[in-house]
Write a protein of this length. Structure first.
Length: 210
């Protein structure tokens, strides 16, 4: 039995996030260019020899000062560029969930066009799956031996979706994934899991909304 299902969890503030990303990206490239210019300034100002007379020594010291100043500036601009690179990766982020016949693939998408695979979850490794609104989730989330991986940028699920958790076990220990998805994703996953994986007090989303 083959199955394929795919959906995305978009940031509800995606428009604001896109603007912030563009601003951070512009300043990132400005600092990159400045860092490159400083590196070139360092190379051009490094003295390769010193004369014996006083004027030659003064010129040597002046050039060395310029070289040191250039490299210090370059390091600072490089640091700012690095910080902005890390900062812009937090803006306009979404997540893709792709389920293919027994395997769930979760990808993080930066500014629509750059993807990073976060996890490949085999249904055989799933210990429990359910609704993050249920009381049992708090017990799982508070376990210090379980690593949490939040795969959505929203605190609350958007219309037609819910916050689903997936508890897995494997070589890397227990992992707790939190996804924002439609119930259809859950139904597809359950076709490939063993009985008893779905939390005992799970309530269908349609009934919860009534």
């Amino acid at each position: 039995m083959d199955a394929f299902y795919e959906e995305s969890a978009l940031d509800k503030n995606a428009e604001k996030g896109a603007k912030k990303y563009k601003i951070a990206n512009v300043f990132f490239w400005i600092f990159v260019v400045l860092a490159v210019f400083c590196a070139l300034g360092f190379l051009f100002n490094v003295p390769f020899g010193v004369g014996e007379d006083e004027k030659a020594q003064e010129a040597y010291q002046f050039q060395m000062s310029l070289a040191v100043f250039s490299i210090i500036q370059g390091v600072m601009f490089g640091l700012f560029a690095f910080l902005l690179y890390r900062l812009k990766s937090r803006f306009n982020v979404s997540y893709d969930y792709c389920f293919v016949s027994g395997e769930l693939r979760i990808s993080k998408v930066f500014n629509i066009n750059r993807r990073k695979l976060l996890a490949r979850i085999d249904t055989a490794d799933i210990l429990q799956i359910g609704d993050a609104d249920n009381s049992g989730f708090d017990r799982l989330y508070s376990d210090p031996n379980t690593k949490k991986v939040v795969c959505t940028t929203n605190d609350e699920a958007q219309e037609g979706k819910f916050l689903m958790y997936i508890l897995t076990g494997g070589d890397n220990g227990k992992m707790l994934y939190i996804l924002e998805c439609r119930e259809l994703l859950l139904m597809n996953i359950l076709k490939f899991t063993r009985r008893g994986v779905l939390e005992s007090d799970y309530v269908m989303q349609e009934k919860k909304q009534k």
